[in-house]
Design a protein around this ligand. Sequence first.
Ligand code: NAP
Length: 282
Amino acid sequence: MRWIVVGAAGMLGQDVVAAAQAAGHKVVALTRAELDVTAAAACRDALDGADVVVNGAAYTAVDAAEEHEADAFTVNAVGASNLARAAAAAGARLVHPSTDYVFAGDADAPYGEDAPVAPRSAYGRTKAAGEWAVLAASPDHLVLRTAWLYGAGGGNFPKTIVRVARERGGVDVVDDQRGQPTWTHDVADLVVRLVAAEAPGGIYHATSSGDGTWFDFARAAVASTGLDPEIVRPTTSEAFVRPAPRPAYSVLGHDALRKAGVEPIGDWRRRWDEAAPSVLPK
Ligand SMILES: NC(=O)c1ccc[n+]([C@@H]2O[C@H](COP(=O)([O-])OP(=O)(O)OC[C@H]3O[C@@H](n4cnc5c(N)ncnc54)[C@H](OP(=O)(O)O)[C@@H]3O)[C@@H](O)[C@H]2O)c1
């Protein structure tokens, strides 16, 4: 099959390119310089002849989006709409990553794929609009909500925590926000498996199983470097205020994957143990 990955230099985009190639697909990788998703006509031209299109392009600066929501909307919603229309014209299946931030984050049980969206941040609003655009314009879509991503090819939480812990000898991390740390390599593998399984179009949750807090994840990251995990100290969201509100409970359920006969990603701690050597700098 002919795959086109846009936003191919992003953290997830890089792993999708590698996973699709490893699965034997012919992959065209388009970076932002090669295709700007905000240009509708360029999207139509670029996607011609594709069987599968993966959207790795996004405005992902969650805090900056509070001040620059229109810029985020242009990429996350208008760009998604452009790709959805272009994929539809090409007769291609569109894989569109979304986020746990489309939910309010105040639940006490995992969010189902059909739970009502109620974003609390500008970034979440623009990603919810992107989902809507894809559902509306692309008849053959896989919307994959993911969360707390880390990978070898980008800046991310465990890399930052380990650097700060080494530099300062200790670090305070919030222990009252719960979610699912997820390896981009695993999301990329899931994309390949969903396409191979010819899974029905719709919304899927592409996060690790289990859940933990940022503090739990920081301790796991620090422990995997051989440092004493006790140098990570718990703190609260009240003591560590950010411009964009962060969900307290951002755990996603995986029923749609199971219904499609596709195995969800494994437990986050075991996946981190496998990922750490390739994600953390030596
Ligand atoms: N990172 C997370 O924790 C997380 C959590 C939940 C969901 N997600 C979702 O997962 C997906 C992948 O995230 P990621 O962490 O891999 O993001 P990323 O590393 O920030 O990559 C996004 C890529 O999109 C490119 N891009 C930005 N504007 C573009 C445009 N107008 N046209 C084409 N490309 C453009 C960026 O290029 P430049 O670098 O040159 O700007 C970058 O290469 C996104 O949909 C994101 O919303 C991420």
